[in-house]
Structure formats: C-alpha cells, structure tokens
Design a binder for this molecule. Sequence first.
Ligand code: ATP
Ligand code: MG
Length: 417
Amino acid sequence: MRQSKLFTRTKKEAPADEVAKNAELLIRGGYIYKEMAGVYDFLPLGLRVIQKIENIIREEMNAIGGTEMRTAVLQNREVWEKSNRWSDEVVDNWFKTQLKNGGEVGLSFTNEEAFSNIMKQYISSYKDLPIFPYDFKNIFRNETRSKSGIMRGREFYWKALYSFAKDDEQHSVFYEKIKQAYINIFKRAGIWHLTYLTFASGGTFSNFSHEFQTLTSAGEDTIYVDENKGIAVNQEVFTDEVLDTLELSKDTLVEHTAVEVGNIFSLGTKFSTPFDLNYTDENGEEKSVIMGSYGIGLGRLMGTIVEVLSDDKGIIWPESVAPFRVHLLSLGEDETVLNEAERVYKQMLDNGIEVLFDDRSGVSAGEKFADADLLGMPVRVVVSNRSMKENGVEVKKRTEEKGVVIALEDLLKSLNV
Ligand code: ATP
Ligand code: MG
C-alpha cells in the first residue's frame, strides 16, 4: 500500500482525555479513531492488525474442530428469560432498545444463550456430539470503567467458542485441547513470554476456570505468579485452601498486575438445563449436554500487544500481526531515488511481501523515520542517495538501532521469498 493513498495521518499528540498507552499510540499512528469513551473505530491499519489476529485465532480454532458461524447482535428477550439473564437486576451491563412496533431487544453482551438456543435445534443424539461452534462478533457492555483504551470497550470484538459434549470426559478432552490452542495463539501473537495460565473462580460447576493473564501495568487484575511452574492464581481465589489444592506456596508466588486476554470456562449444565438441551445416549437414556465457553477479546489482545511491545518512539509489532511486514521509505525528491524506490516496491509486491511504501513527497527524512518508528512495522527499508551510492537498500529492524546497506537480492532472500 502506498502511504500517499492512506487517508490516515500520524499525530504528535493523542486526545488529552486518553490515558491508556495502547490508545495513545494507536490513535497517534492512525490505527484507530476514538468515537467516545470505550468506543473506537478501526481504521485501515488497525483493521489489518485485527484481521491478522482473527486469522491466527481462526486457524487454531479450526485445527481443534471448531466450526465458524455468526450469531446476531440483536437478541430476543424470550430466549434470555429462559436463563433468567434478561433482567437488569441480574445483568447490569445490558444495552437494550425498544422496537418501534412494541417490545424490547438487547444487544449481545455475551453468547451462551444464543448458542444454546440454536444448538437445541441440532442436538438430539449422542451421535451429534461433541460440537464446537464459534463466532467472531461485536459485543456490547455498558461498562462503567473505560479508561483502558481498546483493552476495555463498551463495544468490542471477540471470539467466543462453545463446546457441547455428552459427558465430563468428552468435555475434558476438548478443554485440554483448547488450553493448548490458546497457548499457541498467544505464542503466535508474540506475548506468551509475559502470559500465564491463571486459575480463577469456576462458578457452580467446576473448581476453577482458567484465564490467560498477560503481565502489564495497564491491566486491572492482580495475580500471583509461580515462575518455575509457569502458572498463576487470580487474587479472587487466592486462599490457603486453593494454594493447597494447587500445591503452590506463598513463598514462591509473586504479585503482579495483569490483563485477562482470554478465558476458558466449564459450564456444566448451567445453560443446558434452562434450554432443555438434552440428548439420548447409547442406551436410549435422556441426558443433559455438558457445555464450556472460551473467549478472547481481539481488541484487548491488540491493545495488550501495544502495551507490552512498544518503546518511547512507538509500537514494535511482532511480524505475525503487523499490518505490513516491511515499511519502505524513499528519502528526498531526486528522480533517481524515486525511480529506484518504485522498482524496489514493485519487486517486493511481485514477491508477495506485504509492504507499506512511504512514497510521500515533501515530507522530511526525519518525519518519515519518526512515522516508521511510531507505526512499528518489523522491518524498515530505506532508499536514499546514500543507499544508492552503496548499491543497495538500507535495512533496519524496528528492534535495532542502526541499519545496514545490503543488496536488494540479499534482502529478498533474508525475507524468505
Ligand atoms: P473482565 O474480567 O476483564 O471484565 P470478563 O471475564 O467479563 O472480562 P468475558 O465475558 O469472559 O470477560 O469475555 C471474554 C474475553 O473478552 C475476555 O477474556 C477479554 O479478553 C474480552 N473482554 C471482556 N470484556 C471486554 C471489554 N470490555 N473490552 C474488550 N475486551 C473484553
Ligand atoms: Mg474475567
């Protein structure tokens, strides 16, 4: 993509009311636009990051048998009355609205009811199980806290998968698989080194749920990490009894602030009972379906990456989620330089390299460098009089201080094309 065609511009300052680093850097880079507190638009660069994250999650969900679908945002009151979650006294963060011809609808704040209600149509026998439908969707919550940028939105984009199994054993097999899939996702997203599988409260049907908590001062949770075992305990279940059960000792646990980037939850029959979600087993007996829920906030994950992978100059995207792998800069207005930069751009496109080409005229070298640092593509490639004198292009990784001039062929080789 040519930067001259990108309608977004970088900014020196973020809005004064924005306190979160993720939002500050993403707004300054033109990745997102702030509509209002807790509500953000994803601009072209930001959408590319979300789409990369979405594809990683999709691949990992499909690899363990997930089937993608899309549930509606407008929700039916009757369905939610079945699980007793329509009332504002039970759920205080609903957004609801009136229909012109009478009645009320709600905007999804979660998906258990929608999935349970739909799956009831398709589950009748043990042969129908297990199934693992999931969707990506915008979720709406009337949150009172919204100071964490895209890490806590009133409207946010998530992935939610629900598992439907015939018994605890079938459920557990999948639960362990998705745990591993989540580890893969956070590894691929570049934050696993700071992320811990965390024991949290489990509700009525299991002792614990599992959260994936990433260490960052921008988080809102307190967790206790056992570095050697590579696991953590959420403050909400931090009792002597729980530590005994998990064979953890206070002496080796260290307190940290962290953000929940994902969670996995055994639901037991919590939703299958109110929705009469039953099946006939091998012996003709009617049994309740055993469910689980598994969420990841894509905006929260993107915000977390920015919080933990950035420096005073800007963002440092991991290659897997960067909007472009290469940021190509042409410096100065010399025709020979411009022609050479065009040639390099074309070669990169021909070789399938995702490249953002800063072809803007009348923008100083200093400004182009500052923008490249702020936007944070993994590799910066500069074409200038200097690089041309040395018969190459200047290459610098975002994590490095100094660039080196190398031949274009060698660069293409090192980019594995
Ligand atoms: P939290 O404890 O942070 O309030 P939650 O436990 O309510 O989150 P879930 O309802 O289980 O979260 O949602 C699943 C995932 O969606 C979370 O793990 C998180 O990644 C993301 N998420 C939840 N709330 C928000 C929000 N307001 N903005 C952005 N992402 C969110
Ligand atoms: Mg939570």
